[in-house]
Design a protein around this ligand. Structure first.
Ligand SMILES: Cc1cc2nc3c(=O)[nH]c(=O)nc-3n(C[C@H](O)[C@H](O)[C@H](O)COP(=O)(O)OP(=O)(O)OC[C@H]3O[C@@H](n4cnc5c(N)ncnc54)[C@H](O)[C@@H]3O)c2cc1C
Length: 460
């Protein structure tokens, strides 16, 4: 492991307001831990930034001392690039401030905020913007890769709602990027990941949402999956954009509304979210109950911020996670049948196949409007391999890869950069898609030495 000499550490401590955490410190193991327990790396130094002014000092110190830099938002990314081996981890998680200008429908968000912290602050004003479905995810990594969630059909990707960013570039300079300033950077950070600098503030456009929404689950047995999934596909093709229905195929967790004998059995879940008028929503969702004979349902009017946490208990940190993901323009019969086939051989009770329907506003943005390029994606599928012990890795990974391979012929060829694992760096070009060449050009100008390379890297 590289080490920082005492003089460099003392200098960092003099300039940085946040905490400097070293391998000898009692909180070191806690601070370097991230969501995916498969990743276990030991940085030489962790700089826990307290504010934007700490970031340039950290970058300059790392560069002077030849340390690799990793950047951590909330540490959720599956690939684990937030933490480095022997380098400097710039930990933004203490920077959590969310300021809302309700009149202008804008939020100014520091990079360490989680989705829960963001949603809570904006929902206090009845506002929201599309973000992901697990509330402990970081706003930073999610936004920089694209970001989608229950509001995406209506309001687009998270990046479609970014109005400006403040960031620190590779040379340690603080800059603002928007349509009018540093337009190249503004274009690049909206989908280009952490390749261009350390973002210290995001400005988001907000929309009136809820606070009460209609949401919940309808659960079917797997032996009805064929008819359920085909009807689902027809139904969502003409559903209003206030409605999102996602599919989760897995073994039933012990949910109280399911009969005990169903627990542990393979099920098809329709996860439902409607953000329009509640009475209208009740009518819109009614046909979803008639796709077969359900095991049960749990649907009701609830606060949007509460629904945003609904899946948290299944996605807690500390498990070993291995994902494979495809974008789809359409769900062909063959793809649906492959999902059912692989659902019959789930390698652990925590594994799931998950299909997000995101068709709508996101598809109407031109491909070259910003770095995020997958404007043809109507569905995002994630094979979510998850288990508790390293001895399960081989079987679980083999299952995820086999399923991924079997569905490849029916997918769009694009993939979501935020779902890529550490062994998928070969897919970076597919993940940045049609905009890769321009991204590489901007990278060459803004970070020619590839200081920010611990990410799904764009080579300068
Ligand atoms: C359980 C779970 C559920 C998810 N659900 C969704 C979902 O519904 N929708 C969706 O779109 N995504 C979802 N994701 C994926 C999520 O968007 C990514 O994992 C995202 O990278 C997490 O952001 P983070 O800040 O927590 O991650 P981190 O691991 O902290 O950061 C990821 C990477 O982003 C870069 N980075 C982070 N912050 C900064 C910054 N401020 N400046 C520069 N670079 C930075 C770094 O390269 C870092 O390695 C989910 C992930 C998990 C684990």
């Amino acid at each position: 492991m590289a080490t920082l000499h005492n003089g460099a550490i003392e200098e960092l401590k003099r300039h940085v307001k946040g905490q400097i955490v070293l391998p000898t410190d009692p909180n070191y193991d806690e601070v370097r831990k991230i969501w995916n327990a498969m990743i276990n790396r030991r940085p030489a130094v962790i700089v826990q930034c307290k504010g934007p002014d700490d970031v340039p000092h950290a970058i300059q110190c790392a560069r002077r001392n030849g340390l690799e830099i990793s950047v951590r938002g909330a540490g959720h990314n599956i690939a684990g690039n937030a933490v480095c081996e022997g380098g400097m981890m710039i930990d933004l998680s203490p920077m959590k401030n969310v300021r809302v200008d309700a009149a202008k429908k804008r939020a100014y968000v520091e990079p360490g905020a989680t989705l829960a912290e963001f949603d809570e602050a904006v929902q206090a004003h009845g506002l929201a913007t599309p973000v992901g479905i697990n509330s402990t995810t970081g706003i930073s990594g999610l936004t920089l890769g694209g970001g989608f969630g229950w509001l995406t059909r209506k309001y687009g990707m998270t990046v479609d709602n970014v109005a400006s960013v403040e960031l620190v570039t590779a040379n340690g300079k603080k800059v603002r990027a928007s349509e009018n300033e540093n337009n190249d950077l503004f274009w690049a950070v909206r989908g280009g990941g952490g390749n261009f600098g350390v973002v210290t503030q995001f400005e988001f456009a907000l929309h009136p949402v809820g606070p009460q929404v209609l949401a919940g689950l309808i659960v079917y047995p797997l032996d009805q999956a064929k008819q359920v999934l085909r009807q689902y596909r027809e139904f969502v093709a003409s559903a209003p954009e206030e409605l999102s229905v996602w599919v989760v195929i897995r073994q039933a967790p012990p949910l109280p509304f399911l009969p005990k004998e169903v627990h542990g059995k393979e099920i098809v879940v329709l996860a439902i979210f409607y953000c329009g008028d509640i009475g209208a929503g009740e009518k819109v969702i009614a046909p979803l109950r008639r796709f077969g004979k359900t095991h049960g349902e749990h649907i009701g009017v609830q606060p949007y911020a509460q629904w945003q946490k609904a899946f948290d208990p299944l996605l807690t940190p500390g498990a070993r996670n291995y994902w494979k993901s495809h974008n789809f323009r359409e769900l062909r019969d063959e793809a649906l049948d492959t999902m059912i086939e692989f659902a019959r051989k789930l390698p652990s009770p925590q594994c799931e196949i998950f299909v997000a329907h995101i068709a709508g506003a996101a598809n109407r943005v031109p491909t070259d409007a910003m770095a995020y390029s997958h404007r043809d994606a109507r569905f995002v599928m994630n094979v979510h391999g998850r288990w508790d012990t390293a001895t399960q890795d081989a079987t679980g990974i083999a299952w995820a890869r086999a399923f991924f391979d079997a569905t490849t012929p029916h997918a769009s060829g694009g993939t979501y950069v935020n779902f890529m694992t550490e062994d998928e760096s070969g897919r970076a070009a597919a993940a940045y898609g049609a905009n890769y060449a321009r991204l590489a050009d901007i990278k060459k100008q803004r970070d020619p030495e590839n200081v920010f390379h611990l990410n799904q890297n764009i080579k300068p």
